[in-house]
Write a protein that binds this ligand. Structure first.
Ligand SMILES: NC(=O)c1ccc[n+]([C@@H]2O[C@H](COP(=O)([O-])OP(=O)(O)OC[C@H]3O[C@@H](n4cnc5c(N)ncnc54)[C@H](OP(=O)(O)O)[C@@H]3O)[C@@H](O)[C@H]2O)c1
Length: 321
């Protein structure tokens, strides 16, 4: 089979299309014929091996141990292991593989049954491939750490990106009033996916506008902790989702109960929650660009500019193999 392989850290053009051995599913795994994958922050940092600490996580100080990146996939079950109960060959599925060794940028990947869910029936593979990681991170940030409630005033900082576009819609589905922070060019898009109010970060600092929020979901982390505390209502919660390494350290050192650090855990249950929200028409994936499989390195490079409007998707064509 063909896969996007990398053998050394570097710019995205170290990602090369290569012929590799097709995996065989173990007894608890499903072999998935991948029709679409999408790019996440992990692909961007792991390909470059930067920041350096990431190499300890990927398991290769000088060169990567994991050769095939890609956490998000949508595709079709091609074969199932003997112990697999929930899926049959032909099922249309999606999965998040970051807890299972990645490997999604390939024509086939073996996926543990517990990491897989049926894909939302109303989505194409391309659309479904955009969902897993970004949507589950948004869901767990809002629901688990953020304890979102109907009527809450929820601010999403980074509302126009992969995670942010899901967060806006998921927060609306919980009955919250949603305020999206993005740049001028994305104001209309963020409004169009349901934000009640938008703030242009180029014009206004949400920590200094006199407003208070019950929940701030922060995918950018570009404000001081004192500014964020000022923007929280008396019982408000701040959830740190992403940002620079310095921001990660700052957020994890803060001991306040109201400042929380999300460490998302991909799981089947939340993929099912997303399937239901999507099939109910409450969440629609926003896709910025689609790239053919042989241009996966370009997709990762584009994601790395960090100004995507929603998700960056890679599509695979199979010729009846
Ligand atoms: N906690 C966890 O478990 C977990 C899991 C996965 C990922 N993450 C984190 O999530 C982050 C990646 O998220 P993503 O994939 O959604 O990123 P992304 O798709 O690259 O989106 C970034 C968005 O941020 C916006 N942005 C840039 N500067 C901004 C500012 N000053 N104020 C507000 N918005 C701004 C950009 O919009 P404009 O173009 O309009 O500027 C862009 O839409 C990483 O930091 C990663 O570590 C965390």
């Amino acid at each position: 089979m063909k896969a996007i392989v990398y053998e050394k850290y570097g710019p995205p053009d170290v990602l090369r299309l290569k012929e590799v051995e097709k995996p065989a599913p173990s007894e608890d795994e499903v072999l998935v014929k991948v029709h679409a994958a999408s790019v996440n922050y992990s692909d961007w940092v792991f390909v470059r091996g930067k920041p350096f600490v990431i190499r300890l996580m990927v398991g290769g100080l000088l060169k990567p141990k994991i050769k095939i990146l890609g956490a998000d996939i949508a595709g079709q079950a091609a074969a199932v292991g003997v112990n697999v109960k929930q899926f049959r060959p032909g099922d249309e599925v999606y999965a998040e593989l970051s807890a299972y060794g990645w490997g999604g940028f390939a024509e086939y990947v073996s996926v543990p049954e517990k990491a897989l869910a049926l894909k939302p029936a109303n989505l194409t593979f391309e659309e479904a491939g955009a969902v897993p990681q970004a949507a589950v991170v948004a869901l767990q940030g809002l629901r688990n750490e953020g304890q979102i409630q109907p009527g809450h005033k929820v601010l999403i900082n980074g509302a126009s990106g992969g995670i942010g576009t899901f967060a806006v819609q998921i927060a609306k589905s919980f009955g919250a009033e949603v305020i999206g922070v993005c740049s001028s060019r994305n104001l209309d898009m963020v409004r169009s996916i349901g934000a009640d109010q938008v703030i242009d970060y180029m014009q206004e600092d949400f920590t200094n506008n006199g407003q208070r929020y019950d929940l701030i979901l922060d995918i950018v982390a570009n404000h001081s902790i004192s500014g964020l505390e000022r923007a929280l209502s008396p019982r408000g919660i701040y959830v740190f989702v992403g940002g620079s390494m310095a921001a990660v350290i700052k957020a994890s050192m803060n001991k306040s109960e109201r400042i929380r650090n999300l460490s998302a855990e991909p799981n089947q249950k939340d993929l099912v929650v997303m399937k239901e929200l999507i099939e109910a028409g409450k969440v629609v994936p926003v896709i910025d660009r689609r790239y053919p499989f042989n241009e996966a390195s370009e997709a990762v490079r584009y994601y790395g500019e960090r100004h995507s409007q929603g998700k960056v998707v890679i599509t695979l064509e199979h010729d009846n193999k």
